[in-house]
Design a binder for this molecule. Structure first.
Ligand code: NAD
Length: 421
């Protein structure tokens, strides 16, 4: 049976939580009340109804969203999520996180996000194709290479992006730069698929150096083995770290000596889950946060480290590869317990960074080698990490607050210079 850690019943407002982090940054920066309101409110929101004919002939109606939060620093940029709990509140919160993330990573984009309330595992490939085309046509007037550029997120993939590019192209002509995270065959960038996980690993390497942690001696526990989690695991494994436990939405696996990550990836590719992998003991995905580790990496969904389980977490460092995995209350407890938390807008910023490389390659119609992509990604992740760690050190702020302050300040300055109001 599928375990379900996704606490729909205890749903909290992700939008409220992200706004609280924004408010702290705005307060420290001394932003004027009007500027604060301007930066908090999304600029545009669209809710669409998506009728789709299912394989058995009946019509199903899904609800989709696109929220454009802020474009002071460039066109809106943000992933599209297919998840049964996607809604306005979550999409708004994730759109604003994108605004602060693109600013922190210093890529020339604003922030947006899209979502469709659907369990993608319950649809056939053809049904997903029809749903994606319907969604794209319903929001396409908001999209464009200099307007708003989607990318993959939870429950979507390079294939989804190829369908979006094709549907948008049918209405507007061939426009690969309208979407990033595409397959390489249709204009995607080498290195994009691995970029979020690889970028998270780069941040971890820099933090370990500063905190005196030897990565090769570390036990890592990982929640989520999709695009971000599986690539993070692969790169960490290549660097000699031991991933001792991994869980996904169907279950988990534990091996105190370290899991064989290439074999686990192959098992997941064939079966669709890490559950049932014979290279370790089976554990429930509820128990993943109780496994002792040096580094804990949430790389699945939001609100998984909560007041309820934070007391049982035994780790030294939390690397937030997922968006908003830690509630503010749990975040405070982690900090009180001396557990460092490297925040989402820094850790998973590698995805949007290589999306930027893909967009520029599409606009220039010029391809980079994978080595160029990874080298440039390394430089940019190091730059962002240094900005955050320098600010944290010089101000005494926790990493999350330092990261938000940098992002919010850059967006506020751009808005001010453009003379919006
Ligand atoms: P994905 O759909 O490829 O994989 C999600 C993984 O999480 C799967 O292994 C799934 O089984 C697992 N999962 C889902 N629900 C779970 C649950 N209740 N308990 C345990 N595991 C569960 O998604 P992804 O693209 O890897 O995204 C993961 C996270 O990273 C999300 O928070 C997303 O917003 C964030 N993110 C992704 C990218 C990107 O480039 N894909 C970029 C930045 C941030």
């Amino acid at each position: 049976m599928t375990d379900n850690l996704d606490p729909k019943s205890q749903r909290r407002s992700a939008e409220h939580d992200v706004k609280a982090a924004f408010d702290r940054a705005a307060e420290r920066l001394g932003l004027d009340e009007g500027v604060r309101r301007m930066l908090v409110e999304p600029w545009r929101e669209l809710r669409v109804s998506l009728p789709v004919r299912m394989d058995d002939g009946h019509i199903e109606v899904f609800i989709g969203y696109r929220v454009q939060h802020n474009a002071a620093r460039g066109p809106y940029k943000g992933g599209i999520r297919y998840h049964q709990h996607a809604d306005e509140d979550e999409t708004r919160a994730l759109a604003s996180l994108m605004t602060w993330k693109t600013a922190l990573m210093d890529v020339p984009f604003g922030g947006s996000k899209g979502g469709v309330s659907v369990d993608p595992h319950a649809l056939s490939n053809e049904e997903l194709n029809r749903l994606t085309r319907r969604y794209t046509l319903s929001i396409q007037h908001l999209l464009g290479p200099h307007r708003d550029i989607p990318a993959p997120d939870l429950g979507t993939s390079a294939q989804t992006m190829a369908w979006i590019m094709d549907a948008y192209g049918q209405a507007n002509g061939y426009t690969p730069a309208v979407v990033t995270g595409k397959p390489v065959e249709v204009g995607g960038s080498l290195g994009r698929e691995a970029a979020t996980g690889r970028g998270a690993m780069f941040v971890l390497q820099d933090a370990c150096r500063d905190l005196g942690i030897v990565l090769r001696h570390c036990r890592i526990v990982l929640q989520g083995f999709g695009n971000v989690g599986s690539w993070f695991a692969q790169v960490a494994h290549e660097e000699g770290a031991h991933i001792v436990a991994v869980a996904d939405h169907k279950g988990g696996v534990y091996n105190s000596g370290g899991l064989d990550i290439p074999a686990l990836r192959e098992h997941e590719r064939v079966t669709g889950s890490v559950a049932g992998f014979t290279g370790g003991e089976s554990i429930s995905n509820h128990d993943i946060f109780e496994v002792e580790s040096d580094i804990l990496v949430p790389a699945a969904i939001e609100n998984v480290i909560t007041e309820e389980n934070v007391g049982r977490i035994k780790t030294h460092l939390v690397l937030e590869a997922a968006n908003h995995p830690t509630t503010p209350e749990a975040d405070s407890v982690l900090v009180e317990r001396g557990i460092s938390v490297l925040p989402d807008i820094l850790v998973n910023g590698g995805g949007v960074t290589v999306s930027y490389f893909e967009w520029t390659q599409n606009l220039q119609q010029f391809h980079w080698t994978e080595e160029q992509v990874n080298t440039e990604l390394r430089t940019r992740m190091a730059h962002a990490y240094k900005a955050v760690s320098d600010k944290a050190r010089s101000t005494g702020l926790k990493y999350r607050d330092a990261a938000f302050e940098i992002g919010v300040e850059r967006v506020a300055r751009a808005a001010e210079m453009r003379g919006f109001v």
